[in-house]
Design a binder for this molecule. Sequence first.
Ligand code: FMN
Length: 326
Amino acid sequence: MLVFGLEGSPRKKGNTRFLLSAFMAEAENRGAETRVIHAHDMPVSPCIECGVCERKGVCSIDDKMQKEIYPLLRRAEVVVLASPIFFYNITAQLKAPVDRSQTLWSCRYRLGLNDPRHKTRQGLLMSVGATKGKSLFEGTHLTARYFFDAISAKYAGGLTYFKIEAPGDMEKHPTYQQDIGEMADLLIDPLIKRRKVLFAGRENRCRSQMAAAFAQYHAGDRIEALGAGGAPAGKIDPAVREVMAEKKIDMGFRIPRSIDEAVAQDKPDTLVAMGCDDPCGDLPGATRIDWEIEDPVGQGLDAMRKVRDEIEEKVLDLVDSLDARS
Ligand SMILES: Cc1cc2nc3c(=O)[nH]c(=O)nc-3n(C[C@H](O)[C@H](O)[C@H](O)COP(=O)(O)O)c2cc1C
């Protein structure tokens, strides 16, 4: 389960980075995978309002947002937006990737597509400011609320701290560790406790992608569904995106992963092998199930639709049988 932090302070040893890294360390201790991107160190171009995302669900700007941040926003199940207050809002560095999340807003609200993890993803704001006026975090809360809505995350609220200014101030705060522990109880523990199912294929570009997406979509609260392949392809099959969009499911920004990478972090209880023999092997501690499903790649859209529907039915049966066992 990935916890992704997007952070906006220009100070490398500042208060926001300290607070975020304390939360990430807590998440790792509880078994989560973590990734952090500091917007100051990885500048993202601002949105140019070209309108491409509203028509096509993709962004016209080819930069780090495209290659790294959209895929992380899609894979993460907890997203942390962390920023100091600059003039009653997040920093300019962080505002650029927040504005670029308009692409994900467009997928949801213009194209009517649901991200497979939309029912489980949680959003957390972390922010610090120097003063103590009661409206200090109002602007940031509002920005965070709409950012989390755009990326299909439930807004879990914020850890916000007044009177934090000089580097080192956050470390001296009397309650930050307890606050982080309580937030981790709320956000991390329920997601870590889910049963883990790995859908493994040869290239993780078609059948295993659809299976993982259906499991996330239908049962993300009970199952952590992973998809991976023995020899992952560079990208998912475009026909998969098309036929899943017919079911209102968004497959954008999903990238094939290797089995080694997927199991390095999460130890699956169940391995569903889909059209792969040797590359899947057996995973210690996981019950293996084999699904014989024809490979529809290159067979046209009707074949892809047939396989999509077959996979959805099998996933629903699997979820029922796992629920019955627990
Ligand atoms: C350009 C700029 C604008 C700021 N605006 C505010 C503000 O509106 N209200 C406030 O309380 N603090 C403001 N601050 C102070 C920072 O929020 C504070 O120093 C914070 O601890 C910095 O976090 P960091 O150490 O993570 O960078 C501002 C600081 C800068 C540099």
